[in-house]
Each structure stands twice: as C-alpha cells, then as structure tokens.
Design a protein around this ligand. Structure first.
Ligand SMILES: [Zn+2]
Length: 412
C-alpha cells in the first residue's frame, strides 16, 4: 500500500480561520492515516516536502451537470449518447484539474458514468448522482419546443436522457423509485421556473405539495434526500415545507423563507457563477432572449440571497451549475462570493458544508484520520486569495484523489 508523508508546509483546516504551521499529514492507501503537529514516524512513506505551499482538502462542487453539454438545452436533441458521454468525461477531468475532487451532479449523470469514475476508466472527481431530474409537465426540465408532443425522444438522443416528466403523486413516486433503482444517490426535483427552460415563468411554483411530499418521503425511506431547483421565496417555502433538504440556486429567497430553511435544517446551494457566465457568454452559445431576460432577474438578486441566508443561519453550500461550454468558469464562483462572504466561509462552503450535504462528514471536505485522501497543495494562501483557484488549476502543485496523484509537480 503506497504511503506519503506531507511535511514542511502550511495546513488549511477549514474548521480554523488561520492556516496552521508545522503540521504533518500521513496518507496510507486511499485514506488519511494521521495528522499531527509533531513529526510523524513512518519508515515506508515517501516524504513530500511541500515547502511554502498550503495543504488542504480537495474541493467539492455540489451543483454540476456533466451531461448538460449545451448552453442551449434544446440543442441536446442533436447530441447522441456517445458524444454526451465523451463530453461528460472531459468535463469531469477538467473539474478534477481545477481542484474539485468531489462533485454532486443534480440531474443527468447516471450509474454508467459513475461506474466509469469508480473503476478508474476516467480521471474524475468522486461523483454523486441524481439520475434524471424530475419535472412536472411544462416545468423547468421539460425541454420540449411548444410545437412538440411526446417528451420521449429517440433513444439515441440526449434530450430525454437527463430529465423525465412525472405528474401526480403515483407518477412522481414511480419516477423517484425508478431513479433510486437505477442508482441515484439523491433525488432532484424542479419546483420553480428556471432560466434555461423555454416554457415556464420564473415565478411559477411547480409541483403540488403532495407531489413534493411524496418525492421526499420516497427518498427518505430509501435513506437519502431530495434536492429542489427553486428560485423564488414562494417556491422555497413550498418545497422546504414539504420536506426538501437542499434548495438549489435560491436567488429570490426572502427573510421568511430563509428563516424556514434554518428552522428545518435545509441547505442552500447558490450557483452565482451560472448567471454571471450566462450574461457574459450565453448569447454566443445560442441562449434565447427569453432566457437572457430571466437571467437578469436572478443575477441581480444573487449576492443578496447569500446575505439573507447567512443572516438567518442557513448553511450555505457551494455550486456552479454551468452548462456545456461555460464550465470553464467554474472557479469564478469563488471570486463572485467575495462580495458577501470571507475567503474562509467560501472555502468552508466548498469543503465542510458540501460534505454535510453529501452526508460524508469526516470522510470528505477535511483531512482527518480516516478521511479519504483527497487533497490539494496550493501555491499560496487561499485564505488570502481565493483567486488561486482558477481554470485548470495553475496554482495547484498537487492534486490527489483517493490516494492517487492526478498531478504532482513536487516530486518525480
Ligand atoms: Zn442545475
């Protein structure tokens, strides 16, 4: 079992607001074996001097869609599944190279691609999947043109591979059970209008309370939870009141909705970079005027949502939600959040809070004995500059996932 002893650098424990000096970390196999402020003895470990750099846990992104490989989602109609998979593999590899050693896919990624990541066929972060996102007819994941009839498209196309429609309690129960049967780690439902969809007003509140309750109950009995796409305060109240555990986006949250989330222990997963990126680059990739207009509404409210959630004591996770060609903006989420959060809080979102969302405390998002050996060595101090995280990780000397180096420029 290969083992590595990291020494002589600074240590970023996301529980602490300061970097720690003089810490040593021993990795054995795919786990952290020991973390100590005293020299760790190991006769077999390869010693890695990290110099003046910072050792920290790998990052977690709690809102990605590796299979939504087009900004204009209706273009997925023309994407065969083989191309979808190939693009997904490339997206995963790039996320890992940015320092994300775990990602939570909230609609699209399936058991097949997850198996590929777990068996080492592809270089990838750890992947948690929702299977298909579940939407009501005419809801946020109903990608059909207005002229189109049946949702199911030919099996060689991506358009119906990432989402499914379910209406009414029995149908929602069947859809949730089916996604869980196919290996979903969590359930994703759409409970408000969205930016990329072409039929639904942003303010629409989607799914009846009994439908959401049914989805949440099925997920809970399976031992997991439900994540909901929601923008407005009304949709958030509706979803959290019916048992949703993580609110995705939440840009138009208000004081009352934030208070309910705090009371119920729900998490907010903001994805501010998605709107910033759509404004700057969406039109280049075919985003419609209808979507661009909706984007302006949620973009303007984004930072305020962080402030409201923070003030209410809602745990804030870290997401990006970038579609297709925009995914290389993933690390801009760190920069945008600086307006409303400290670097320590931002990094905590992308480590400890996201690990709680995944129910992997002590396993992911921190380097403690027994945790997975998912770690980064950063050239500089991320608590002073979250801009050290950038596309393809120019400031990352080491990227280790599951005890394996995916980059190591410090030792040969
Ligand atoms: Zn999303």
């Amino acid at each position: 079992m290969p083992s590595f002893l990291f020494h002589n650098g600074r240590f970023l424990d996301p529980h602490s607001d300061e970097l720690l000096e003089g810490m040593e970390v021993l990795v054995e196999g795919n786990r952290v074996k020991d973390v100590s402020d005293r020299p760790i003895q190991s006769s077999s470990a390869v010693r890695i001097d990290i110099g003046d750099r910072t050792l920290m846990p790998g990052l977690i992104d709690a809102h990605v869609h590796i299979f939504l490989s087009e900004v204009n989602l209706t273009a997925l109609e023309d994407v065969p599944l083989t191309l979808l998979a190939a693009r997904g593999i490339a997206a995963l590899r790039d996320m890992l190279m940015r320092g994300f050693t775990t990602v939570r896919d909230v609609g699209g990624a399936d058991h097949g691609i997850k198996t590929a990541t777990e068996t080492g066929i592809v270089d990838s972060p750890r992947l948690f999947i929702a299977g298909k996102a579940i939407s009501q007819t005419g809801g946020h994941a109903d990608f059909r043109h207005k002229t189109q009839g049946a949702f199911e498209s030919p099996c060689s196309s991506a358009v119906s591979y990432t989402a499914r429609l379910a209406d009414g309690v029995p149908d929602v129960i069947r859809a949730v059970r089916d996604e869980l049967r196919k290996g979903a780690d969590h359930v994703k439902i759409m409970v408000s209008g969205g930016v990329a969809s072409q039929s639904d007003p942003l303010e629409s509140v989607q799914y009846r309370a009994d439908e959401i309750e049914a989805a949440c109950e099925e997920a809970t009995r399976w031992g997991t939870y439900t994540a909901a796409h929601a923008y407005t305060a009304a949709a958030i109240m509706h979803a959290v009141g019916a048992g949703v555990r993580t609110v995705e986006h939440g840009n138009l949250i208000d004081v009352e909705a934030a208070a309910l989330m705090a009371d119920r222990g729900a998490f907010l997963v903001p994805t501010l970079v998605a709107y910033d990126s759509l404004r700057r680059r969406g039109r280049d990739y075919g985003l419609t005027d209808y979507s661009l207009a909706k984007n302006e509404t949620v973009l303007d409210a984004g930072l305020r949502s962080l402030e409201l959630a923070r003030a209410a004591g809602v745990p804030i996770g870290f997401g990006s939600d970038l579609l297709g060609q925009l995914q290389n903006d993933q690390c801009r989420e760190f920069l945008i959040r600086r307006e409303a959060m400290s670097p320590q809080e931002i990094i905590r979102s992308a480590t400890l809070v996201n690990a709680r969302i995944l129910r992997r405390e002590g396993q992911l998002g921190e380097l403690v004995p027994g945790a997975f050996a998912d770690l980064l060595v950063v050239d500089g101090n991320p608590y002073e500059d979250v801009g050290l995280f950038a596309d393809l990780g120019p400031c990352l000397s080491i990227i280790m996932k599951d005890g394996c180096f995916h980059r190591n420029s410090l030792s040969s």
